[in-house]
Design a protein around this ligand. Structure first.
Ligand code: AMP
Length: 458
């Protein structure tokens, strides 16, 4: 069930007063850049034109690299969608970039997807049975082809989307653009986030609320798990037929993935991280002189730890924000070098002190081993590592990039052993039973820590 794992961000906008949405989509994508740095794209349509056509610009690279003033000015329209992509096992090639745009019976259909579909084999077989010549195993493409196929026998694009979504298993936050409609869909478990906002007469859907803020829009609400929201010239319509009782929001969105200023399903990411730090101290207190966090995602949890313990918080690292994620460097030695390029120690904060070092997660262990070494070299007397998530033990089938089991340090080693490997004076993790409290009781997917997958996948 491995397939292509993607961590992505999506955005869509429809101006009912026919304002050009392209620039807003660009700002939205810029603010979602943390969700994917490999590729990005924007597709727009002008619903005022008599011959409606979708125009699309997409390529490998960051949002600022792919779009210039010139490319943006060529993309004018009152309806559009955008995507940032970070594929892991999927090849880093231009053909895999999104939005996908395809011809269908009503003109052009465009689609951008965040998440990962687990039954791609079934979806592909069904298309082949109906006579389609089909080679792709890419989940997003399969979804788009199913919608196009279903549209032939449906009254509306949203009906075709519904017929398709009924067959999808896995995680999806989708934005779909037909010639005159913007459709947003969230999987019935609500695994990946998706929210709705408004700026004047422009409706916006986005993976995270931080995109709404960047677009000058007001947050209206989260798209509900299992909701199909259609935005057209006549306004908004929701279909909840896919809704189910069980919800399982991805807890890793709060721990690491989402931006600190986003609010997802009623829980502020910052509050969740702060709480994680507090809970971490309650369970695993330690005598120390200073609490420091790993930028960016460990900082809020470090603040929470400091608040609960009364130990002063300080900044111990400077982060060079212009270097890509160390996580995605291919070889172990390149990754280690990546950490050094990205973070340097502010020695005065740690010299001669017993330090609590907080980060959001340990995946392979490379980052933490390097940071402990750097702090000790800078004169820290002791380094007590506290991780604001439980040990990472299982693959994610729903779109978070997790390396294979054998690369996950916690599958082969106990916390005691990992501590020896990273060279810490102690190492403790957040308890799985604390995760729920961290998000104020929200129903969550904790599969990467517990192996308990929402749909019972093995
Ligand atoms: P590692 O060095 O492999 O243990 O990676 C741990 C670091 O990677 C932590 O500082 C995390 O903030 C970050 N991280 C955790 N999960 C992911 C992910 N899915 N994608 C990118 N970075 C991640």
């Amino acid at each position: 069930m491995s397939g292509i794992h993607e961590e992505c961000g999506v955005v869509g906008a429809f101006s009912l007063q026919h304002e050009n949405v392209t620039e807003y989509l660009y700002y939205g994508l810029l603010s979602l850049q943390h969700r994917g740095q490999e590729a990005c794209g924007i597709a727009v349509t002008d619903t005022k034109e008599s011959e409606i056509d979708a125009r699309c610009t997409k390529d490998l690279g960051l949002v600022t690299e792919v779009f210039s003033n010139e490319t943006l000015s060529e993309l004018k329209g009152d309806l559009g969608i955008g995507h940032v992509r970070y594929s892991t096992t999927g090849a880093c090639v231009r053909e895999n970039t999104q939005p996908l745009v395809l011809n269908y019976c009503k003109g052009k259909l465009s689609l951008a997807h965040n998440g990962n579909i687990v039954n791609t084999g079934e979806l592909r077989d069904e298309l082949i049975r109906t006579g389609a010549i089909f080679h792709t195993t890419m989940d997003s493409e399969l979804i788009a082809f199913h919608i196009a196929k279903n549209r032939v026998h449906s009254k509306s694009v949203e009906e075709a989307v519904f017929k398709t979504a009924k067959k999808l298993k896995g995680a999806y936050g989708l934005v779909i653009m037909s010639p005159r409609k913007l459709v947003a869909v969230r999987d019935p478990f609500g695994i990946r986030p998706l929210c709705l906002g408004k700026r004047g007469e422009m409706y916006i859907v986005a993976s995270e609320s931080c995109a709404l803020t960047a677009m000058g829009a007001k947050f209206i609400r989260d798209i509900e798990p299992g909701e199909i929201l259609t935005i057209s010239a006549s306004g908004l319509r929701s279909d909840f037929s896919l809704r189910q009782e069980k919800k399982a929001h991805c807890v890793f969105e709060y721990i690491y993935f989402s931006r600190l200023d986003s609010c997802i399903d009623g829980i502020k990411v910052y509050d969740a991280r702060l709480k994680a730090g507090e809970l971490l101290f309650k369970r695993h207190p330690v005598d120390a002189d200073v609490v420091v966090g790993v930028p960016e995602s460990g900082i809020a949890a470090a603040k929470g730890f400091a608040k609960a313990s009364g130990i002063p918080f300080d900044l111990a690292f400077h982060k060079n924000s212009y270097i890509g994620r160390t996580f995605i460097k291919p070889s172990q030695s390149e990754r280690a070098l990546g950490v050094l390029m990205k973070l340097s120690v502010l020695s005065d904060a740690v010299r001669g002190k017993r330090v609590v070092l907080v980060d959001d997660s340990i995946v392979r262990g490379t980052t933490m081993a390097n940071l402990v070494k750097m702090l000790k070299e800078a004169g820290a007397l002791e380094v007590h590592v506290r991780i604001s998530s439980p040990p990472f033990m299982h693959p994610c089938y729903y779109g978070v990039d997790v390396p294979s089991n054998k690369e996950l340090i916690a599958t082969e080693n106990t916390a005691y052993e990992i501590n020896k490997i990273i060279g810490g004076d102690s190492l403790e993790y957040l308890d799985t039973s604390d995760l729920k409290e961290m998000v104020c009781g929200l129903p969550i997917c904790t599969a990467c820590f517990t192996g308990d997958y929402p749909a019972g996948e093995k």
